[in-house]
Design a protein around this ligand. Structure first.
Ligand SMILES: [Fe+2]
Length: 392
């Protein structure tokens, strides 16, 4: 519950530049950030989709010397970030351009940390070694409408040795610029659009109902929920629907801003730890499978707020009791997940025998703290088993 006696702060240290065709602003923004020799951080998929070419054309037209690090994989690990930093140093780069989903943006954030502080990104796990300086200028260009990492103060890094995903974060980690051009999202396949879109929706719902909520993040999160409810189906059904892509891109950034200064909740405690143990499972689709079941567990912690989520999701709750209104939000999420083809946990590769280990890991995740209903290992196990049953 929003605690009026907590003194809150809200900070967006990132300049947001968005709109159809906004990629053309890149050279101007580089000038503004004094970036002369950037390292472009991206992945093979972005190269194959022809998106890297669009950035290269702009850099070439403006006579920039640049270097490309295209080794990013989903759920970026310590080695990927450390290797990226080697490339950055070797080529005497003075700035970063991240082009891709959350994985590329988080990798670039990590490289930005190392470029100012040295060492390995493992040293900076959850503030162990605090950041002292703002990262090297980073322009984050998302190619998915999902993580909202372009507007958050967090990078999620995987440590394979310990099978964990951990956060590096704080205002000093935020990109200097988020450049959000929905035209870059047109090529995204429908299953990725669906998964990443559910991730954005989940960030907004978890933030809005979290103990860390505050009026400013509430207002941002509600609009993100409305946009996702209205436009995600259209973006999945017709990848070339630029209006739907625009509003989904905005939903993801707004949701990122809403949760990015604090924390998410049980869905992210579950999916982040799941990603540490089973890195092959896509984050967004796992979020999509678990969001409804977690809301069913959580609604009693914030019944009025869940009723309002139902309204934002397009349900008519007039005349409904608070309980029925809150439950309508859960129905709306199930309907959306079903319509856009979110896979079951089984289809994603979770095995029933994995559940006790996954529940134990989720309980230890710091995102458990903000969850609107008290939750422990048994509760996580119950939610996993319930979700598993839905998939039978
Ligand atoms: Fe997420």
């Amino acid at each position: 519950m929003l605690n009026i006696y907590d003194i809150k702060t809200f900070e967006v240290p990132t300049k947001l530049v968005s709109g159809v065709g906004s990629l053309k602003k890149l050279p101007e923004l580089m000038l503004e950030q004094n970036i002369n020799h950037p390292l472009v951080v991206t992945d093979q998929g972005i190269r194959e989709a022809g998106l890297l070419q669009k950035v290269e054309e702009l850099l070439n037209e403006n006579n920039y010397n640049y270097y490309i690090y295209d080794k990013v994989k989903a759920n970026p690990d310590v080695e990927t970030v450390d290797k990226g930093y080697e490339e950055f140093s070797k080529n005497n780069c003075d700035g970063l351009i991240a082009l891709g989903g959350g994985s590329s943006i988080d990798t670039a954030k990590g490289i930005g940390v190392l470029s100012k502080h040295g060492g390995s990104i493992i040293d900076y796990e959850c503030g162990k070694k605090p950041l002292k300086k703002r990262i090297t200028p980073l322009i984050a260009i998302p190619t998915t409408a999902g993580t909202g990492s372009e507007g958050t103060m967090w990078a999620v890094i995987t440590d394979h040795d310990r099978e964990v995903k951990y956060n590096v974060g704080g205002p000093l980690l935020a990109p200097q610029i988020a450049l959000v051009d929905p035209k870059l999202h047109l090529s995204l396949p429908s299953n990725l659009t669906a998964g990443t879109g559910m991730d954005a929706l989940c960030h907004a719902i978890e933030c809005y109902t979290s103990h860390f909520a505050q009026p400013l993040t509430d207002s941002v999160a509600l609009l993100a929920i409305e946009y996702a409810a209205k436009y995600l189906r259209r973006a999945v059904a017709n990848g070339e629907d630029l209006e739907a892509r625009y509003y989904m891109a905005e939903a993801a950034t707004l949701a990122g801003i809403s949760y990015g200064s604090e924390s998410a909740g049980a869905v992210h405690a579950m999916t982040q730890t799941l990603g540490g143990i089973k890195p092959e499972i896509p984050h967004g689709e796992a979020v999509g499978a678990l969001l409804g079941p977690v809301m069913l567990f959580n609604w009693m912690g914030e019944p009025e707020k869940f009723k309002r989520v139902a309204t934002a999701l397009g349900k008519n709750v007039r005349g409904l009791s608070t309980r029925d209104g809150a439950l309508a939000a859960i129905d709306a999420v199930y309907e959306l997940a079903d319509d856009i083809g979110i896979p079951t946990l089984q289809e994603l590769g979770v095995k029933e025998e994995d559940i006790p280990k996954l529940a134990e890991a989720a309980e230890k995740d710091p995102q458990t703290i903000g969850n609107p209903r008290d939750i422990n290992c048994e509760c996580y196990e119950e939610i996993y088993r319930y979700t598993f049953k839905l998939g039978e």
